[in-house]
Design a protein around this ligand. Structure first.
Ligand SMILES: C[S@@+](CC[C@H](N)C(=O)[O-])C[C@H]1O[C@@H](n2cnc3c(N)ncnc32)[C@H](O)[C@@H]1O
Length: 276
């Protein structure tokens, strides 16, 4: 028998556990299966939803109860100014990564730039920069072809954005760029927090050498490609800033540390020294 929006919402919310977060998730899932916005769901509690939609809602609610992230269930995640398509092939963009965009956009704007976003995932950093700076050329790269396909879809409306598959910077030769930015995998394979991240690709999260292998590889590969006034910007784990600062100094950068809005050390920007 068909149910009203209000009945379906109550049922989904109860199935999830009935806490405020569960009610919000239930409303988002209901909006996703019906195509209604959150305000439409609230404004039309008496409207009927058909059996096919109800069955889909029940299946999604069951997956949510098993721990599947909301972003994968509804297929999108907001980041900076845009909504991004995400799938289990891509990391779910995190709000703390917006710090990288803030840092880049707050640097003195001295005209067109070429940027490489390493490990672009769903394309969040590359697409946000391409949107904010139409006169820049942004190169989005990833070792995962599946992730790169999603990034391509997210960036389809920008003509200052190109996509290249490859292992960090090893696929680039004979070019120089002004900015290299990356949110690479940096979680130690033995970190107990990984147990809560089983739905996301481990290749996007975990790095060898206690989480440092990719950060170090990028730092050491980057000097070859940066222009004289160029810079490297890296996100890292909140306990890793000291090592990232020293690795950058060793590679010949003048690094500056940054914290996220919660005050956690999360990013380092390294300006090329004159002598590099
Ligand atoms: C932490 S995710 C970041 C995704 C996205 N930039 C974001 O901030 O949401 C790291 C990304 O690096 C990619 N990656 C891992 N190893 C790589 C490698 N050797 N070369 C290029 N990309 C790699 C993963 O596929 C993943 O998309």
């Amino acid at each position: 028998m068909a149910k009203t929006i209000a009945e379906a919402l109550l049922e989904a919310s109860a199935a999830l556990g009935n806490k405020p977060d569960h009610r919000r998730d239930a409303a988002l899932l209901l909006g996703h299966v019906t195509g209604l916005s959150r305000s439409e769901v609230i404004a039309h509690p008496e409207a009927l939803i058909c059996n096919a939609q109800l069955t889909r809602l029940q299946a999604m609610t069951a997956r949510r109860r098993q721990g599947h992230p909301m972003a994968y269930l509804i297929g999108t995640q907001a980041f900076w100014d845009l909504d991004f398509k995400v799938t289990p092939d891509t990391l779910i963009p995190r709000p703390e990564t917006e710090l990288l965009i803030e840092i880049i956009l707050s640097q003195p704007d001295t005209g067109p730039k070429t940027v490489i976003d390493l490990g672009t995932g769903s394309g969040t950093i590359a697409v946000s920069l391409a949107a904010a700076r139409p006169d820049w050329l942004v190169i989005a790269t990833d070792a995962s072809i599946e992730a790169l396909r999603i990034a391509q879809q997210n960036g389809a409306s920008f003509n200052n954005l190109i996509f290249v598959a490859g292992d960090w910077l090893t696929c680039f030769d004979g070019i120089t760029v002004d900015i290299i930015v990356a949110n690479p995998p940096y979680i130690d394979p033995l970190d107990p927090h990984l147990a809560a991240l089983v739905f996301e690709p481990q290749s996007a999260l975990v790095a060898q050498d206690s989480g440092y292998a990719d950060l170090k590889a990028i730092i050491h590969q980057s000097t070859r490609l940066l222009t004289q006034n160029g810079y490297l910007l890296l996100e890292h784990g909140y306990t890793q800033q000291g090592t990232v600062l020293s690795e950058m100094r060793l590679a010949g950068y003048d690094p500056i540390a940054h914290c996220d809005l919660a005050g956690n050390p999360r990013a380092v920007i390294g300006h090329r020294k004159e002598t590099l």
